[in-house]
Design a protein around this ligand. Structure first.
Ligand SMILES: Cc1ncc(COP(=O)(O)O)c(C=O)c1O
Length: 388
């Protein structure tokens, strides 16, 4: 298989505003390169103010933010955590690492997000939390999830890795669960290579979260002048990221609207044109529930059969386009199979076998993309094919 760089239309190209290196240079000249500096505060404040989140903490990844959630919820062996199977490993791993049993939920039939109607049957006296994943930046049915959580006294963690600037009934994703996590991995709408944000909506977690974030110490209080020395207070790790990464991220956040607008243009173009451009293939377009907004994080198709998906990926590849499938259902993973009986989660399995993601990134040239989809792009395409 050719590497991603061999494709004339790669799956992703990280967006750059042009100010990233300048802000990193300024950060160096200010003399604060480690975590919790000027740019970290700018980024955290941006999230808190724009999306009404009580407290945000910038982390080295969304995975780290999820691990902080597991520590904050005091997850321990004997606990159960409900997680959708169709997700990235970290949504489950962060809690499994603390000893929890992961109880996998199915996707909705019409969308890869968690099937809210399946959750309540999975709740047991051992359940401590529900993790929802806003797949492709499309909201889960949060009123139903929060209601189940409230009735059973459970915590809700939103894995909003892909869900920046997206909404559930006009409420920003990441501001609804007790805790939430964003990713700034280079594949995300807003990126700094690797990075994440813990969003805290239940204020009872704020004080401890700052300690967990800073290697189990109250150094954040020292920075604010609230104490004159800092010390070991609790469990934790080095979850905070260097201010250099925050400086990079700030150069992206400043351009959020422009980035989102461009991604939506591309998404809309796909929605309007992809069926007629690929008449030989049978697939469904993504469905966005009426309660959800679209942040254009991802454009995917759901093919009629796994074989149809393979044929489509091969066709696009032969035209120089890198289209890729997505998650392998976690309930069928090697890790889980060794430890637990495998549940039957047909919708998750169907998305695993039939979903394909198409390139979407700021710099994508739609006229060029169209030529490649039609197979009428110039000879470059042929040389790519022979090189692969
Ligand atoms: C749903 C989901 N959760 C968690 C993560 C992990 O994010 P990170 O790479 O920032 O740790 C990802 C990464 O793509 C993701 O898609």
């Amino acid at each position: 298989m050719p590497s991603a760089s061999h494709f004339e239309i790669p799956f992703n190209k990280p967006y750059l505003s042009g100010m990233e290196v300048e802000y990193m240079r300024l950060g160096v000249s200010h003399g604060h390169i480690s975590g919790n500096g000027r740019y970290t505060k700018l980024c955290q404040n941006f999230f808190e103010e724009r999306w009404g989140i009580k407290k945000c903490l910038f982390t080295t990844s969304c995975t780290d933010a999820l691990e902080m959630c597991a520590l904050l919820l005091r997850i321990e062996p004997g606990d159960e955590v409900i997680v959708p199977s169709y997700t990235f490993v970290s949504s489950a791993l962060a809690f499994a690492r603390q000893g929890a049993k992961i109880v996998f939920a199915d996707s909705r039939k019409d969308h890869p997000g968690i099937d809210e109607s399946s959750i309540e049957a999975l709740v047991s006296p051992k359940t401590k939390a529900i993790v929802v994943v806003h797949y492709a930046g499309i909201a889960c049915e949060m009123d139903v999830v929060m209601d189940i959580a409230q009735r059973h006294k459970l915590y809700v963690v939103e894995d909003a890795a892909q869900a920046i600037d997206s909404y559930y009934k006009d409420r920003p994703l990441g501001s609804i669960g007790h805790l939430a996590c964003f990713s700034f991995h280079e594949t995300k709408n807003i990126q700094c290579g690797e990075g994440g944000m813990l969003a805290i909506n239940d204020p009872s977690f704020i004080e401890r979260a700052e300690v967990v974030w800073e290697k189990g110490t109250n150094r954040a209080q020292l920075f604010r002048g609230e104490v004159n020395k800092y010390q070991w207070m609790d469990t934790g790790s080095s979850f905070l990221a260097s201010d250099m990464l925050a400086a990079f991220l700030w150069a992206q956040l400043e351009n959020l609207q422009d980035i989102q607008n461009r991604r939506k243009e591309i998404w809309d173009w796909y929605e309007q044109n992809i069926k007629s451009l690929l008449p030989e293939f049978e697939f469904d377009l993504p469905k966005i529930p009426e309660y959800a907004s679209n942040n254009a994080h991802m454009f995917y198709l759901v093919c009629k059969t796994p074989a149809e998906r393979d044929r489509l990926i091969a066709y696009l590849k032969s035209n120089g386009i890198h289209a890729i499938f997505h998650y392998l259902s976690l309930h069928r993973s090697a890790y889980y199979k060794e430890r637990y009986p495998i549940p039957s989660l047909p919708n998750s399995e169907a998305f695993e076998e039939r979903l394909v993601r198409l390139p979407i990134f700021y710099q994508l040239n739609l006229a060029n993309l169209e030529k490649h989809i039609r197979g009428t792009a110039a000879s470059n395409s042929r040389s790519t094919r022979s090189a692969s």
